[in-house]
Design a protein around this ligand. Structure first.
Ligand SMILES: Nc1nc2c(ncn2[C@@H]2O[C@H](COP(=O)(O)OP(=O)(O)OP(=O)(O)O)[C@@H](O)[C@H]2O)c(=O)[nH]1
Ligand SMILES: [Mg+2]
Length: 423
């Protein structure tokens, strides 16, 4: 694509609002701004903003603020101008059209951030963190994204690489000596270093799996026989009357899904049709969908029914007590305990998940998984310095590649296509 083109887009979401932002980036950004603002915009305006009546083709478009950023000290690393105009549909559209008429072209999804990445303004995990922050549905998800935005992942990787290099150097040093020439405790210390590195890698892996849940949300499915109180429990957890509740068995047919913040974890909570065999074709379809959801769920909340590995709940505990966590949608008893248990299970799931994460994280996930097994081989081969040194060399190489910045086109395309236009 034309990397040198000047691009423009409306960066704020459509709809009514006080202010909208039209962003322009590229070599002609200052010329576009000069044309619209009717005054010379150049490097001397860098880092400043001014008020202007924006005009084009003899028409007054709006009046607003013009913010000027001189590359490379801008979001994209190029010359950037942002017009803060009135919100709503018309004003930003008119200003954008004028920018396009002045020679800018419409930005693709995520193209501003893609340029920031290509110009070295942020690393790939920070670029991914931008989209994760925009998509974040809970505080925990936002905090995770903000930390990565600040380059936390890059620092973790660099730290692990340093540690691996240090251990590798010590092993290489030990290779020059016979076993009894080495100072006492030398090999033990290397063993401790390997243990430390293993902990670091396990933690990084855990954070990756947490990140996946924070990004995609966890699928939590309410399942059980008809009339168990699934829909009532969904409503009670959401704090609203979302699903129809009645004492007729087989009320819920279609599954009903809502987002819920469970102690910071974004959860897709799904209410399903009561599980039973039925002659009603529509209800039978509901039951088969419920079964599919149970199979796919990260956590099944099983009301008065046995499902392997599920979180067993006894509903309507205001009427009678039973096996599992006692909850009542009517009195609210046990709801907080249920949320805590869901949160605890999600944390545990992140800690021992073994499937590789997707997207940009996949590269780190694969690296850490390989490094983890090489590290345990290294630990087991001690005190054999030659074997251990081989394994650690492998570890240092993998971590080195990870901190180096080599990415495939496909990976970049799939990342930036997740963005909205204007970011
Ligand atoms: N006393 C009491 N009644 C409840 C409670 N939860 C649900 N019920 C009643 O139990 C009946 C069934 O509730 P639903 O929430 O519709 O049950 P369901 O599991 O969704 O049923 P289906 O959609 O038919 O599978 C209704 O009459 C509710 O008022 C509770 O915590 N306490
Ligand atoms: Mg129901």
């Amino acid at each position: 694509m034309d990397e040198r083109a000047t691009i423009a887009a409306i960066s704020t979401p459509p709809g009514r609002g006080g202010v909208a932002v039209v962003r322009v980036s590229g070599p002609d950004a200052f010329d576009v701004a000069s044309a619209l603002a009717g005054r010379r915009v150049d490097s001397s305006c860098a880092g400043r903003f001014f008020h202007a009546v924006l005009r084009h083709g003899g028409r007054t478009l709006d009046d607003g603020l013009v913010l000027v950023f001189k590359g490379p000290a801008s979001y994209t690393g190029e010359d950037v101008v942002e017009f803060q105009v009135h919100g709503g549909a018309a004003a930003p559209r008119r200003v954008l059209d004028a920018c396009l008429a002045c020679g800018a072209r419409l930005a693709r999804r995520g193209e501003f951030t893609e340029r920031a990445f290509l110009n070295g303004r942020m690393d790939i995990s920070a670029a991914e963190a931008v989209i994760d922050l925009i998509d974040a549905k809970t505080d925990r998800a936002a905090e995770d994204a903000v930390a990565r935005l600040g380059g936390a992942e890059g620092r973790v990787d660099a730290g692990l690489y340093e540690l691996a290099l240090d251990i590798s150097n010590r092993l290489e040093h030990a290779l020059d000596f016979s076993e009894d020439e080495l100072p006492s405790g030398y090999v033990e210390e290397i063993g401790r270093g390997i243990g430390q590195l293993e902990d670091g890698v396990s933690n990084a892996l855990k954070r990756l799996h947490e990140g996946k849940i924070l990004r995609d949300g966890a699928l939590v499915v309410l399942a059980g026989p008809p009339n168990a109180g699934k829909s009532s429990l969904l409503n009670a957890l959401l704090g609203e009357r979302r699903a129809i509740v009645s004492d007729v068995a087989g009320t819920t047919r279609d599954s009903i899904e809502e987002w819920l913040d469970v102690e910071g974890w974004p959860v897709r909570l799904v209410d399903t049709a009561g599980l039973r065999s039925t002659a009603d074709a529509i209800e039978a379809e509901g039951v088969s969908r419920a079964e599919e959801l149970v199979a796919r769920a990260d956590i099944v909340v099983a009301l008065d029914i046995d499902v392997p590995r599920a979180l067993r709940v006894h509903s309507k505990c205001d009427l009678s007590r039973g096996e599992g966590l006692n909850v009542s949608a009517k009195t609210g008893e046990g709801l907080d305990a249920l949320k805590s248990e869901i949160a605890a299970r999600l944390a545990a799931r992140a800690a021992d998940a073994d499937e590789a994460p997707a997207g940009v994280a996949a590269r780190r996930g694969e690296c850490f998984t390989a490094v983890k097994s090489a590290l345990s081989r290294a630990r087991e081969s001690l005190p054999d310095i030659v074997l251990a040194a081989n394994c650690i060399r492998e570890v240092a190489e993998s971590l080195g590649l990870l901190t180096g910045k080599v990415y495939s086109e496909d990976l970049l395309d799939s990342l930036f296509s997740r963005f909205c236009v204007g970011k």
